[in-house]
Design a protein around this ligand. Structure first.
Ligand code: MF3
Ligand code: CO
Length: 290
């Protein structure tokens, strides 16, 4: 971390002297670090001004998913979802974050049934009765990033799939309850893990959530096979996603060899995912995007 003089302006942009602002906060983090705890650096601790910007970006992302809540239906071509995302995003003066991200060729991810994540919103592929689909939206507004996803049940979905979708959502909120300042990221991870495994489901190991806000993917990496009391220290101003991919069958996944993006379960059984974006606050947490 940068050395700041006690009378210099604080790094958070408050305009106050460092000694009257974040000096004690930094000292507290340092204490954890000296005990061997992995701590966040300033780059991922957002200032009040940055949080305002991130919240505006989140508003657009929520608006997109709220619209899709009303529009998504049986028979819909997946490319239509991509069109809706583009229309709302550009209409709001924003940019779809997935487009061209490491070469990703669409503005949104649509992952159907056994697809785990990064499904392509193809032309010529239609939502069918009984499908479950995750729609994952990410937005850049004025340089600030937001990211969230929801599940949609199309027509008559089997009890087995419906339950998977429901438990997956509940697991996200079980994890959220553990997000507290001066707690640890693993507190959240284990809560998600236990919620799913206690009910007979598995959680994907290799792909997780991430810090988000100033970049699409920042530190920390957010997994769900971690233990309570381990992983990065949580401090006010951190923003990250909780987005477990929960499988009906085994944990194992495979990536499409041709396009290198679309991830599915190895056993072909259904997978579900919900994603929220969370801010760690002085009091606990705030959901920024869902
Ligand atoms: N939205 C995904 C996430 O939650 C990221 C997708 S990367 C993309 O992290 F390139 F496929 F968009
Ligand atoms: Co994400």
């Amino acid at each position: 971390m940068l050395k700041i003089g006690r009378n210099d302006p604080c790094w958070c942009g408050s305009g106050k002297k460092y000694k009257q602002c974040h000096e004690a906060f930094d000292a507290k983090i340092k204490k954890y670090q000296l005990q061997g705890v992995q701590v966040p650096d300033h780059e991922i601790i957002k200032t009040p001004e940055q949080i305002e910007g991130i919240k505006k970006s989140c508003k657009v992302n929520i608006q997109i998913l709220d619209t899709l809540d009303k529009e998504v239906c049986e028979g819909m071509e997946l490319s239509k979802i991509n069109d809706i995302v583009n229309e709302i995003t550009y209409g709001a003066g924003a940019i779809p974050a997935p487009l061209n991200y490491e070469g990703y060729p669409y503005s949104v991810c649509t992952s159907v049934n056994e697809q785990v994540c990064h499904g392509f919103p193809h032309k010529g592929k239609y939502l069918q009765d009984g499908d479950i689909v995750n729609i994952d939206c990410s937005t850049i507004l004025d340089g600030y990033f937001s990211d969230s996803s929801r599940m949609y049940c199309i027509g008559n979905v089997s009890e087995e799939k419906r339950k998977l979708v429901e438990v997956t959502k509940e697991s996200v909120y079980a994890g959220l309850e553990k997000v507290q300042p001066w707690g640890r990221l693993g507190d959240m991870g284990q809560a998600v893990h236990d919620y799913c495994y206690d009910r007979g489901y598995t959680v994907v190991r290799e792909i997780g959530g991430h810090g988000v806000g100033l970049e699409f993917h920042e530190d920390p990496w957010v997994g769900y096979h971690s233990k309570a009391g381990t992983e990065m220290l949580l401090v006010p101003g951190m923003t990250f996603t909780i987005e477990p991919m929960v499988n009906l069958g085994k944990e194992k996944i495979k990536t499409d060899k041709e396009n290198g993006w679309e991830v599915s379960t190895a056993d072909g059984l259904p997978s579900a995912q919900w994603e929220i974006m969370v801010l760690v606050t002085e009091e606990g947490h705030e959901v920024l995007c869902y």
